[in-house]
Design a protein around this ligand. Structure first.
Ligand code: SIN
Length: 230
């Protein structure tokens, strides 16, 4: 174990800040709540493979470097100093398999980065791998009007299911990590989507599904489903 880190050099740790919080990777033997700094989490990444389609992309979260985000006009002007999520340690014998799984799951514009993770119990910092959709990737959207974004999420659907379920699962999962792990951007979008659910008699993503003439899930095997779920 290195002097300034909670992990040995050979361990593989993954930081999850989106679906990875509530839909974990396979083969982890530790899961620790905590946060990273230097980023802001936003629903600014298109999803053509999980919560939308190439014809009608949904929206999922990515991390934006805080220094870059500060140069943008964001309708959600406050961004917490800490991005809360979870770190997973993957069993040593399964690292290659899990990395292949993650590369497929996060293929739609995300690239691999490394960032220090701070466990919420105050134990030493851990170097983690994180998947980020950076502003130069084709699926990056940039700032969006919160109400239009909420309506878009409400009406989108992809092979992994309704886009609104991704948002609402994330909101609930974040609240469960610690007393301070809620995220204003996520909470505001979740409240807008819950209001749409209450006031609309149409079940959001089902409309898009019908319009596209497609089924919610089109996977042919359990393995494929596990690989693709997000
Ligand atoms: C993550 O969860 O860490 C990446 C984004 C996602 O898969 O939703």
């Amino acid at each position: 174990m290195s002097a300034d880190s909670g992990a040995s050099e050979s361990e593989f740790w993954l930081f999850g800040y989106g679906s990875l919080i509530w839909k974990p990777p396979p083969h982890f033997d530790r899961r620790i709540p905590g946060f990273v700094t230097g980023y802001v989490r936003r629903f600014w990444q298109n999803s053509q493979d999980h919560r939308g389609t190439p014809e009608a992309p949904g929206r999922v979260v990515t991390l934006i470097e805080r220094s870059f985000w500060q140069t943008l006009e964001d309708p959600h002007p406050s961004g917490s100093e800490k991005v809360w999520g979870v770190a997973y340690r993957i069993e040593a014998s399964k690292v290659t398999e899990v990395r292949e799984y993650l590369d497929i799951r996060e293929i739609n514009g995300y690239t691999i980065h490394y960032t220090p993770f701070h466990p919420s119990d105050g134990s030493p910092t851990i170097q983690t791998l994180v998947y980020i959709g950076t502003p130069d990737n084709d699926q990056f959207m940039g700032p969006q009007d919160p109400q239009k974004l909420a309506e878009h999420i409400y009406s989108s659907i992809g092979p992994s299911g309704l886009n609104k379920d991704y948002l609402l699962h994330l909101d609930v999962a974040l609240e469960s990590l610690s007393a301070e792990s809620g995220d204003e951007h996520i909470k505001d979008l979740a409240e807008r989507v819950r209001k749409l659910e209450r006031t609309s008699n149409i079940d959001g993503g089902q409309v898009t599904a019908q319009a596209l003439g497609r089924e919610t899930k089109k996977v042919s095997s359990t393995d494929e489903q596990e690989e693709m779920e997000k």
